[in-house]
Design a protein around this ligand. Sequence first.
Ligand SMILES: Cc1ncc(COP(=O)(O)O)c(C=O)c1O
Length: 470
Amino acid sequence: MLEQIDFKKESQKIIDWIDNFYTDLKGLPVKSQSKPKDIYNLIAAEIPKEGESLDDILKDTTDIILPGITHWQHPNFHAYFPANSSIESLFAEMITTALGAQCMIWETSPAAAELEERMMEWMRDAMGLPANWEGVIQDTASTATLCAIISARERTTNFTSNEEGVPPGLRIYCSTQTHSSIEKGVVISGIGRKNLVKIGVDDQQRLSPTLLKDQIERDLKNDLKPCCVIVALGTTSTVAIDELTEISAICQEYNIWLHIDAAYAGTALFLPEYQWMMDGGDSADSFVFNPHKWLFTNFDCTAYYVKDADHLIKTFEILPEYLKTKTRGLVNDYRDWGVPLGRRFRALKLWFVMRSYGLNGIQQKLRNHIELNNYFAAKIQDHPKLELIQEPFLNFTCFRHVGEDTYSLQQLNQMNEQIIESINKSGKAFLSHTVVNEMYVIRVVIGQTYVEQVDVDDLYATLIEHLPLG
Ligand SMILES: Cc1ncc(COP(=O)(O)O)c(C=O)c1O
């Protein structure tokens, strides 16, 4: 087909490679067992003088690269959060790459802009989000939250920060449990780390509205300017859901921007039975969730919604002469909806995924993950030496080994740390931890696209194998 390359013949090798990879995946160590510089030292020190064959490059991909990959798509990857992909998403990415379009403004690919607009509407409506919200695809939740903080900054300072620089004393509030991306956003936006106030949480790790209100009152008395509250629908540590009704009312009372970080758990809003998580959230100013976590759409793909798209555009628009167009105002030029100018055609993979599964298929898969998680949690509960730290929620369970009655907290913490370490070293599963009320606890997330009950049984068997004797 192409003159320089026999695409049909060569691409078959890639298809075969990917097919073998998926076939063999279950047998590969989930967590890469590489040590620092193992891979680096195997890679040639210099660029090759002459071009090399695809066969050679693929061989090295298998021999050098694969051992250095931690397999996020392995059905026994249970660490952190899901970052799931799917065959449908992969197909779309192949086409996106073939098209190689730069989708910075409508004119540079109208289909990309208009498909993005539709995909954001599809997801908004399926998730029961307010019908007047408009959305844009961003690379990551970190970028979306940065956009929210900068938008809040401009609203609080009436756009003088964009023109003259950021005045001191703008205050951003979140709980002690919210994600580190907020701290980063506060730093990058020029508001300053000292103005990020972390509010205490209740016994379910949810931001306390009473403490929030007290802090806002104190700040106002000290001539500081409350600017933005960021709540979590699903904290990274324990998937805690901040309760929105009271917090929304506080934000409205003091005219503070409300941003909802639903990066991880937001996908559950595709299930009507979990839409209670958004109760009270309709008055929020912005909302982010990551299809690249639990919606079978490979990284990167973040959905960012705002109540007032005009405000977002006014905050981020820049209009150099060479990008002036006649369609401005009639269409969405997404480069004005966030930080980067250049943009990938990410809507295509959402379209492929949502059309292939349909809403019913997506809901079925999510419910299946939730059932598998409950199944796993029930096994933990039945084991005399294991203790659930909280009720299983969505695709997440956290627990610990309780050891002997005589063990101190420190001994228990060490023991649980060792359990995770030895499981991860075995390559049979990959787990991560968090600390809850000073307890070191084991986190398990069951959200892989193709995970099945047999994988959960394998996980449980691996766990039992690695528990201390006695
Ligand atoms: C609640 C929450 N917010 C934000 C993020 C950051 O996501 P991203 O990697 O898309 O920036 C994460 C990632 O784990 C998260 O769990």
